[in-house]
Design a protein around this ligand. Sequence first.
Ligand SMILES: [Zn+2]
Length: 292
Amino acid sequence: MARAPKVLPGPAKTKGFVQAAKGVHVYVGGNGATNFGLILTKEKPVIVDNDIRVRKEFLAGAHKLARKPVGLVLNTHHNFDHTSDNGYYHERGAVSFGVDLITQEMEREEKAGIWVKQMAGRGPDVTPFIGKLHIAPPQVTFEEMITIRYGGRTFQMIYIDHCHTLGDSVVWMPEERILFTGDLVDNRTLPVNRLGNFANWIAAMDILDMFPAKRLVPGHGPLPSQPKAAIKEGREYLLHLRDRTQAALRKAKTPEKAAPLVQMPEYQRWYRYGNVGVNALKMAQELKGKKK
Ligand SMILES: [Zn+2]
């Protein structure tokens, strides 16, 4: 019988602002909650992602570091916990950027009436916003890539593929060599894949690995010290999930019966360990060639 795999180390318990490089700050959500970037420039600061539910905590720290209102908002993907405060910044004169699929996906969720509601029970309470908060899609959109030169810095937003969501992009700062991966990498935090595609996601890890990054800022989980190690860990999780789900499908035939057979005990110290079952079910459906 195969020995049980060794339990992997858990994430560092960081929460709040940490510095990734000179003038490049990251608000780490803690406990696997969403991370946000705050980049100081010669003009106003630039932020990567936002969430209305943590506006207070984020801005309290941001004001101390920046002392100016936000100039640009860069969205890595459409999820509520990365874009729900776009409107607040728009009203205060900021300009937002994102891949055009973000707009499409936000509009779909708004139309279906799930934009806010689907967050119920996940993280900070959304009840006060139901029926009150509407989508505020990025004002400047692009298909493949956009280069933004602002305040003495360069930001490249690059569409990767349909992985975690339909429209996943990264923010690359080529001069500082910092890569904001959005939820394509969740450091020592199990990913969420309600709308995604695992096969594309596995392939995307090789694309991320090609960036000569000095620092990697994950969508969730603490900042890793080694970008390549974080990408490798993320890829290995996806490969283990695929291989074990494949094996379970050989025994159980249907995704619903196979998913509960998938065990990932070595990840028990990672945040969102409870996602093992839902991820196995999504993987099983994908391997069986069914739509979500
Ligand atoms: Zn997220």
